[in-house]
Design a protein around this ligand. Structure first.
Ligand code: S3P
Length: 170
């Protein structure tokens, strides 16, 4: 599959794993376009992710997310930062598997993710420790199926980008 879409790279991982900051830096290094899936959804709707959740609920957000994933996957080269739940939705997982592109999991322990998210206010699914941990546990089996795993604990985005550039993808 990697062979079919050599220049389409999906960054995945839980909320706070650094998908957007790493993706932005990586794209700049490569001179490729950077696509943030959540930003694409917000631009399409003209409201924030939080507002979409509040006004229409998570199932509606997931529909928008799936449509946006299909849309942004048409073009390559591209670095695509997925949302924390994107790859853990079976239809999205199957879609990515089927149509190709490389998948890279930014792997960070739960406690550090919690600390990172605590400083931001734009995540409707960031509520309490218990639900955060439960969601994380539910998603791990999906994340673990990414083609590449990069440990990110305590690391600066630039170091992570250097690791990614050393993968046999470029
Ligand atoms: C979500 C994570 C968010 C965003 C939405 C749902 C999730 O993206 O897509 O709030 O299901 O974990 P980030 O991972 O960029 O925070």
């Amino acid at each position: 599959m990697i062979d079919r879409r050599q220049k389409l790279i999906y960054l995945l991982g839980f909320m706070g794993s650094g998908k957007s900051s790493v993706g932005c830096l990586l794209a700049a290094e490569l001179g490729w376009p950077f696509v943030d899936l959540d930003t694409t959804i917000e631009a399409g709707q003209g409201v924030s992710i939080r507002e979409i959740f509040e006004r229409a609920g998570e199932p509606f957000f997931r529909k928008l997310e799936q449509a946006a994933l299909v849309e942004v996957s048409r073009e390559e080269p591209a670095i695509v930062a997925l949302g924390g739940g994107t790859f853990a939705q079976k239809p999205n997982f199957d879609f990515i598997r089927e149509q190709g592109g490389a998948t890279i999991w930014l792997d960070c322990p739960l406690e550090e993710l919690w600390q990172r998210c605590a400083t931001m206010d734009n995540r409707p699914l960031f509520q309490d420790r218990e639900s955060f941990a439960k969601l994380y546990g539910q998603r791990l089996p999906y994340y673990r199926q990414a083609q590449f795993r990069i440990p990110t604990q305590g690391r600066h985005p630039q170091e992570i980008v250097s690791d990614i550039l050393r993968l046999k993808l470029f």
